[in-house]
Design a protein around this ligand. Structure first.
Ligand code: SF4
Length: 73
């Protein structure tokens, strides 16, 4: 089964509003900053296709970005 990380059908509306408020975009506008190298990124759990973000619920793309991006420390 192919799961697209933009499927928000199981994500609560309030959580979708949160990511919108953080300026989440599926393609980072910056070549060196994306979810995959953000300190708040949650890698996919076993059996899951998409990772998540510590700031809101729902799947995120590794290539995505938001204004809360933070370097891995
Ligand atoms: Fe991606 Fe933003 Fe979450 Fe970092 S804080 S993982 S850039 S959505």
């Amino acid at each position: 089964e192919v799961t697209s990380c933009d499927d928000l059908s199981k994500t609560p509306e309030a959580e979708i509003k949160k990511r919108e408020g953080f300026g989440y975009v599926e393609e980072s506008p910056m070549p060196d900053k994306n979810c995959a190298n953000c300190n708040l990124y949650l890698p996919p759990k076993e059996g899951q296709a998409c990772g998540g973000c510590a700031l809101f619920k729902g799947p995120v793309f590794e290539e995505a970005y938001c204004t809360y991006w933070a370097p891995i420390v």
